[in-house]
Design a protein around this ligand. Structure first.
Ligand SMILES: Cc1cc2nc3c(=O)[nH]c(=O)nc-3n(C[C@H](O)[C@H](O)[C@H](O)COP(=O)(O)OP(=O)(O)OC[C@H]3O[C@@H](n4cnc5c(N)ncnc54)[C@H](O)[C@@H]3O)c2cc1C
Length: 408
C-alpha cells in the first residue's frame, strides 16, 4: 500500500502541524514583527492546529459549516483583533490581524473566510455606526455568538457599487429596504447584516447608503447556500429584503456616505484576502514538503529544489508585502494602489503556489488526501472577491496615471 495516499501527519497530529509551520517562519519577515504580533500568531497557530485543522477535510468534503472552528477562535479571543477593548476586541494591529488570517487559511481556508467576514461585518459599524449600534452588534460578532454578513453584491452590481438596485426609501422613523443581494458570505445564517442600498438612484455612488439590519427582522429572507468550487465549509447565499423596516438610527454614516463606508472598509477586507493568499500558499508548500519527505525521505531530489526554492522565495515576498502594507494601513499611509498591489499579488501567490505544488507532486497533487488540490480550489475565489484582481489592476494603473500627470 502506497502510504502517500493516506492523510498527512500535519492533518492528523497537531504537533506535526505546529512543527512544520513553525519551521516555515522566516526570520527576515519576523524581524519586523512586535512581540505581541508574534504572540497573536502563535496563539492562532495553536488553536488552528488543535481545533481547526482536524475538521478541515471533513468540512471540505461535506460542505458542513465550520461553526466549531470559528467558535474555537472566538473562545480564544481572536475574533476582535482590530477592535477596541470596550467593544470586546483586543486593539491589535492590522499586521496581527493579517498574521491570524494567514495562520487560519494555512489550516482551513473556509474557516478563515467565515472568520474574516465577522470583521468585515463589524468594521463598518465601528467606523460609521452610532454608539448604540456599535454596542448592540459588535460584541456579539466578536465573541462568536452572532454571525455577520456584508451585503454589497447584487445580480447586476458588484465591482460597480454605483449601480445597486436595492433601495432604501425614507418612511416615518427610518427606511423601507427592498432588493436582493447575492454571493453573500454567511448570508444563509447572518444575524447582523450590513447592507448597502441606494437612497437616490439618480445620484450613482453619491446615492449609496449603508445600514445595519437584524437578520431576524420581518422581510429578511436568507437564501440556501450555493455549491462552490472551494471554501466548502463556508456558506455563500442570496439575501432578500422585502419591505424591511430599518430605523433611522441603523443607518451607518450620513445618507449618501455608503461609498465612503465601502472604501474605508475594503482596506481591512483586502488585507484579509491577501492574508488568505499567503496562508494558502504556505499550506500548499507545507503539504508539498510533507508529501515529498514521505516519498523520498529527508533528502529531497535535486530536480524538485528549483521549484521549492521558487515557492519559498515567493511566499517570503508575499509575507513581506502583506506585512508592510498592513503596517502602512495602520499608519494611515497606504494608498489604494499599494493595497491593490498587496491584494492582487498575495492572492495570485495563493493560486500560483497551489498550481506549482500540484505540478511538483505529479499525480499525488490530484489526491484529495494530501490536500493540495483543496488549496487550489480554495485559492481561486480570493482572486475574485474583495475587488477582483482585474479591478485591482485598474486601481493600480489609475494611481500610476495620476502620478504621471504630476510629471513635468
Ligand atoms: C465565495 C464568494 C464569496 C463572496 N462574498 C461576498 C460577500 O460576503 N459580500 C459581497 O457583497 N459580495 C461577495 N462576493 C461577491 C464578489 O465580491 C463579487 O462577485 C466580485 O466583487 C465581482 O463583482 P461582480 O459579481 O459584480 O462581477 P463583475 O464586476 O460583473 O465582474 C465580472 C468579471 O469582469 C471583470 N470586470 C468588471 N469590471 C471590470 C473593469 N472595469 N475592467 C476590467 N475588468 C472588469 C471582473 O474582474 C470579473 O472578471 C462573494 C463572491 C464569492 C464567489
Amino acid at each position: 500500500m502506497n502510504d502517500l495516499v493516506e492523510p498527512l501527519d500535519i492533518d492528523t497530529d497537531p504537533s506535526a502541524h505546529l512543527a512544520l509551520h513553525s519551521l516555515l517562519d522566516e526570520q527576515t519577515a519576523d524581524a519586523a514583527l512586535s512581540e505581541r504580533e508574534r504572540e497573536v500568531r502563535s496563539r492562532t497557530r495553536e488553536v488552528v492546529a488543535r481545533h481547526v485543522v482536524p475538521g478541515a477535510a471533513h468540512a471540505d468534503e461535506t460542505g458542513e459549516f465550520v461553526h466549531e472552528s470559528v467558535q474555537a477562535l472566538a473562545a480564544a479571543g481572536l475574533c476582535g483583533l482590530v477592535f477596541p477593548r470596550e467593544l470586546g476586541g483586543t486593539a491589535d494591529t492590522s499586521v496581527a490581524y493579517a498574521l491570524a488570517i494567514e495562520e487560519i487559511a494555512a489550516g482551513c481556508a473556509a474557516t478563515s473566510l467565515v472568520f474574516m467576514t465577522q470583521t468585515h461585518a463589524a468594521y463598518p459599524l465601528l467606523i460609521a455606526g452610532s454608539d448604540e449600534v456599535r454596542h448592540r452588534y459588535i460584541p456579539g460578532l466578536l465573541d462568536g455568538s452572532r454571525y455577520g454578513s456584508l451585503c454589497i453584491t447584487e445580480p447586476n452590481a458588484g465591482s460597480d457599487v454605483s449601480s445597486l438596485h436595492t433601495t432604501a426609501t425614507p418612511v416615518e422613523g427610518g427606511y423601507a429596504l427592498n432588493g436582493a443581494k447575492t454571493f453573500i458570505t454567511t448570508g444563509d445564517r447572518a444575524d447582523v447584516i450590513v447592507c448597502f442600498a441606494s437612497t437616490d438612484r439618480t445620484a450613482g455612488r453619491a446615492g449609496v447608503s449603508a445600514f445595519v439590519v437584524d437578520g431576524s427582522w420581518g422581510g429578511v429572507t436568507h437564501g440556501t447556500p450555493f455549491r462552490k468550487m472551494g471554501m466548502h465549509g463556508s456558506s455563500t447565499s442570496e439575501v432578500f429584503f422585502d419591505g424591511v423596516e430599518v430605523p433611522a438610527g441603523h443607518r451607518l454614516g450620513a445618507e449618501g456616505e455608503g461609498w465612503s463606508v465601502v472604501m474605508n472598509s475594503v482596506v481591512k477586507s483586502r488585507i484579509s484576502a491577501a492574508a488568505q493568499g499567503v496562508g494558502l500558499a504556505r499550506a500548499a508548500y507545507a503539504r508539498t514538503l510533507a508529501a515529498l519527505k514521505r516519498l523520498h525521505g529527508p533528502r529531497l531530489p535535486d530536480e524538485d529544489l528549483f521549484e521549492l526554492a521558487e515557492l519559498r522565495s515567493r511566499i517570503l515576498q508575499g509575507r513581506l508585502l502583506l506585512h508592510a502594507v498592513s503596517r502602512q494601513v495602520d499608519a494611515g499611509q497606504a494608498s489604494t494602489g499599494h493595497i491593490g498591489i498587496m491584494k492582487k499579488s498575495c492572492t495570485d501567490l495563493g493560486w500560483d503556489a497551489s498550481v506549482m505544488a500540484t505540478r511538483l507532486l505529479g499525480p499525488y497533487g490530484d489526491l484529495t488526501a494530501l490536500g493540495v488540490e483543496r488549496c487550489l480550489r480554495d485559492a481561486r475565489v480570493t482572486q475574485i472577491y474583495d475587488g477582483t484582481n482585474e479591478i485591482q489592476r485598474l486601481l493600480i494603473g489609475r494611481e500610476t496615471t495620476r502620478a504621471m500627470a504630476g510629471l513635468t
